[in-house]
Design a binder for this molecule. Structure first.
Ligand SMILES: NC(=O)c1ccc[n+]([C@@H]2O[C@H](COP(=O)([O-])OP(=O)(O)OC[C@H]3O[C@@H](n4cnc5c(N)ncnc54)[C@H](OP(=O)(O)O)[C@@H]3O)[C@@H](O)[C@H]2O)c1
Length: 242
């Protein structure tokens, strides 16, 4: 009886400190962003969806590499991101020019991307070209250009980044695709065909990458009404942060 009363207080204190420790650890884990310090590459970061992804990842503390084919728009996005976040908890994004249809340059762009931080944790293949028209009114040249933008471009970039992920046995590849990669509707043949091709490629890649612990996701949205579409004239970058 005597020994229990001597040990009761230390045991109680030990139990309470254990509970406090677990509580604080869970709080710390919940507050930690999943993308903090991760190197995240977004192609066509200046599109409606690309800008929103950039904002979310930047605020989460990711080390962003933002790609786009228009330098002024990339700089405007950079300024908008920097102006709304705390510089002590975020990284200044790196900017890289990338025209996704320029297949012969993508290898060099991939080297530039890898040179930024030495690795890529998350690659978001967002860049894409849209076209609408009857099959007989779309030239074969345009069909091929759409295929370059929506299929050959993303797969070329992915293939160039993949060896880095495989060697590190970690990574996440995301394809922003479209519901039109799953179904066909009138007047979208070129776009839908390229999006179907991309889904096929990335579905196979997912199966191949499983053994390297690299995850491959395809996102197939329907219509997205982004702030980009509703931007006030002359104030497009500010309008996305509301
Ligand atoms: N919005 C939707 O409803 C919707 C639905 C389903 C899927 N998606 C997918 O979501 C992704 C983003 O689309 P979004 O609607 O956000 O785009 P968006 O706001 O309509 O902007 C189109 C973008 O495409 C860029 N672009 C065109 N040709 C390019 C090229 N050769 N290289 C690099 N960039 C090029 C344009 O750049 P410039 O400004 O330089 O011309 C512009 O930033 C795409 O993969 C799209 O297929 C969108």
């Amino acid at each position: 009886m005597g020994i229990f009363s001597v040990l009761a207080l230390p045991l109680l204190l030990l139990g309470i400190s254990g509970i406090i420790y677990i509580y604080q650890s869970v709080r710390w884990l919940l507050s930690k962003s999943a993308v903090q310090n991760k190197v995240v590459v977004i192609t066509d970061a200046i599109s409606g969806l690309g800008k929103e992804c950039s904002r979310v990842f930047h605020a989460g503390g990711a080390r962003l590499v933002l790609c786009g084919r228009n330098w002024e728009k990339l700089e405007a996005l950079y300024d908008a991101l920097i102006s709304v976040t705390d510089p002590s908890t975020t990284y200044a994004p790196k900017l890289i020019l990338l025209d996704i249809t320029d297949i012969s340059c993508i290898g060099d762009v991939a080297k530039e991307i890898l040179n930024c931080y030495g690795c890529v944790d998350v690659l978001i293949n967002n860049a894409s070209m849209k076209v609408k028209g009857a099959v007989q009114s779309i030239s074969l040249e345009l069909d091929k250009k759409i295929m370059d933008a929506n299929y050959f471009g993303p797969i070329t970039l992915t293939k160039a980044i993949l060896p880095n992920m495989i060697s590190r046995r970690t990574g996440q590849i995301v394809l922003i695709n479209s519901i039109q990669g799953k179904i066909g509707i009138p007047f979208r043949a070129a776009y839908a065909a390229s999006k179907h091709a991309a889904v096929g490629f990335f579905d196979c890649l997912r199966a191949e990458m499983e053994e390297f612990d690299i995850s491959v996701s395809t996102v197939n949205p329907t219509f997205i009404c982004s702030y980009h579409r509703q931007a006030a004239p002359g104030n497009w970058e500010a309008s996305i942060w509301k």
